[in-house]
Ligand binder design. Structure first.
Ligand SMILES: Cc1cc2nc3c(=O)[nH]c(=O)nc-3n(C[C@H](O)[C@H](O)[C@H](O)COP(=O)(O)OP(=O)(O)OC[C@H]3O[C@@H](n4cnc5c(N)ncnc54)[C@H](O)[C@@H]3O)c2cc1C
Length: 388
């Protein structure tokens, strides 16, 4: 996602771009995501909130461009999101958030239990109310990534698929080529966007890139016609999380449901710190499947469709790492997008494109500076991230 979005942004501006990809387009985290684009579901005090808000308005023009340049349907839907409260603490927190956001001009509402059931009739009757953002949207992440790759290719970007990047050549802080499994690729500028594997580029650039994989197990059930229209998020499940490493949109023990246009409903997702292991586990699948009826009882008998895993590129402070690699004048890092890489792809591409082609360093990049991990300070270890 991040590599393809940047390739698209650069190729659109006339740059000559080569994408070096070990496996295939959208083969890793970007093909595994739920595709939720709901910036106002983040809490305003989460560092990623400002970035998500900046990214959100870029989707419209970007999707227009992709529609004109490719024949791929990204299954984009402006569905709205309901962040459901089933316990009083969640209701209070979500009401407070709604009034704070409303005070800052965001068009979000708090719905009573009756109003929630009115717009989403199959939600469990135990619901106390919901934070409602009608502008939230979702997209099919794999199709979106492939559309960006196709649009970049139509503008001249070249893709070397099945090719491993193994290092850089160059000296004095200036890279001249990427070393790959099939030879060197000369480059005036190198962008490292290798997701959960970015930490291996520490050897290339001799600076810390503290990325670790955060495994997500996720599945779909098939239900036609879909009983739900909105993205549903539930932070605290009534009945408890059973000790599983399961995470909702913002962290904590919750699940989300996304009604895709193909008649499947996405049910996600765990967040597990288990290295590069990609196994689907019985306990996580049982937890996800068992949680569905607490949100939407009528989905209890939906047909199981499929399950898969993806490795989110996580950082110690839960913020992406985007900007010049320390000590290099022509190497840029664009990684660490953790749970939000689909949401943040447009703003990341815009920031990197302007940085490289115009030398313009947007203030949004301050918090994302790769150098924050080089001085031994600034990197806050999150206790919530490491669920397992
Ligand atoms: C279960 C799950 C649900 C998610 N839901 C959402 C969501 O609803 N909304 C949202 O915004 N985000 C979501 N995310 C997060 C999102 O998927 C990621 O943040 C995003 O995909 C990261 O994109 P990326 O391009 O950095 O990583 P990746 O998609 O992993 O791409 C990195 C690429 O680099 C390649 N690579 C690595 N090393 C090398 C090398 N040495 N040489 C060549 N190629 C290499 C890999 O093969 C891979 O294709 C979710 C993630 C998961 C796992």
């Amino acid at each position: 996602m991040i590599g393809c979005a940047i390739a698209h942004g650069l190729a659109r501006r006339g740059a000559r771009v080569t994408v070096i990809e070990r496996t295939g387009v959208a083969a890793e985290a970007s093909g595994a995501a739920a595709g939720i684009l709901a910036p106002r579901v983040y809490n305003a005090d989460e560092p990623v909130f400002a970035l998500a808000l900046a990214s959100d308005p870029l989707f419209g023009p970007l999707l227009d461009d992709l529609r004109a340049a490719t024949d791929l349907d990204t299954q984009y839907v402006r569905s709205g999101v309901l962040d459901l409260a089933f316990v009083e603490t969640d209701a209070k927190r979500l009401q407070d958030k709604q009034s704070r956001l409303l005070g800052h001009g965001h068009d979000v509402r708090w719905l009573s239990a009756r109003e929630t059931i009115e717009i989403e009739p199959e939600v469990s009757e135990g619901v106390l109310g919901a934070f409602y953002d009608a502008d939230a949207h979702h997209i099919h992440p794999e199709r979106f990534t492939r559309a960006l790759a196709q649009a970049a290719a139509r503008r001249g970007a070249r893709f070397q698929l099945g090719v491993d990047a193994i290092g850089l050549t160059g000296e004095g802080g200036r890279a001249t080529a990427v070393r790959t499994s099939t030879g060197n690729v000369a480059a005036g500028h190198v962008i490292i966007a290798t997701g959960s594997w970015s930490t291996f580029s520490e050897d290339w650039i001799k600076a810390p890139v503290p990325i670790y994989p955060a495994k997500g197990q996720i599945l779909t059930v098939a239900a036609l016609p879909s009983p739900i229209r909105h993205i549903l998020n539930q932070h605290s499940l009534h009945g408890g999380g059973g000790g599983q490493a399961v995470d909702g949109l913002r962290g904590g023990r919750g699940i989300y449901l996304v009604p895709r246009v193909d008649g499947t409903v996405v049910v996600g997702a765990t967040i597990e710190r288990v290295g590069y292991d990609r196994a689907l586990t019985a306990s996580a699948l049982a937890w996800l499947l068992g949680s569905i009826p607490s949100l939407v009882p009528s989905l209890r008998d939906a047909r199981f469709d499929r399950a898969w895993t993806g490795l989110r590129p996580a950082t110690p402070d839960e913020l992406p790492i985007v900007g010049r690699a320390p000590g290099w004048e022509n190497v840029t890092l664009a990684t660490g997008h953790y749970r939000s890489g689909i949401m943040l792809a447009p703003i990341t591409a815009a920031l990197v494109t302007r940085l490289i082609l115009d030398g313009e360093r947007d203030p949004l990049l301050d918090a994302l500076d790769p150098a924050r991990f080089s001085h031994g300070g600034g990197a806050r270890q999150s206790s919530e991230t490491a669920v397992q």
